[in-house]
Design a protein around this ligand. Structure first.
Ligand SMILES: [Zn+2]
Length: 150
């Protein structure tokens, strides 16, 4: 669960939760129809925090490890591998992205379907409001955080 600190920022309350913030960059070289080109992820930036490093601006953490990473070989696959890494100290991973419901989560849902995962999701028209797979929860920052991601 998230809570607001006395400084007004959102922070985790549990000591077994890993919060992951991510953002895909895309290229639009793949033609889908005559005038439409697909957004294809070519890079994903990732930063995470746990209860031990939530107040630390930079650097790695003794519990959750390397806190900033980027993936570019197969960004969606690499992000899912990263999110599902074995981390015995945590029992929940919350992955948050800006505009996840209309953009980032679609890449993850497409890949999840390809690898025959069965995520639980809440849709609102074409927007994915929430997605859950095992101990992984994926959210949109706009829906849950009152400030932009930095
Ligand atoms: Zn940490």
């Amino acid at each position: 669960m998230l809570h607001e600190t006395s400084e007004g920022r959102v922070a985790p309350t549990g000591d077994k939760v890993l919060y992951v913030f991510y953002d895909f960059e895309t290229i639009r070289n793949t033609r889908y129809m005559d005038e439409v080109r697909l957004h294809v992820p070519n890079l994903v930036f990732v930063q995470h925090l746990c209860s031990r490093c939530e107040d630390v601006e930079d650097g790695d953490c003794v519990q959750c490890g390397r806190r900033k990473q980027s993936f570019w070989q197969d960004p969606v696959e690499e992000l899912l591998s990263y999110l599902t890494e074995l981390r015995p100290w945590t029992n929940k991973i919350v992955a948050i992205a800006y505009n996840a419901k209309g953009f980032n989560l679609h890449f993850i849902l497409n890949r999840a379907i390809l690898v025959k995962w069965k995520p639980e999701s809440v849709m609102n028209d074409l927007k994915i409001m929430f997605m859950k797979m095992e101990h992984l929860v994926l959210l949109d920052s706009v829906s849950f955080l009152p400030c932009p991601l930095r």
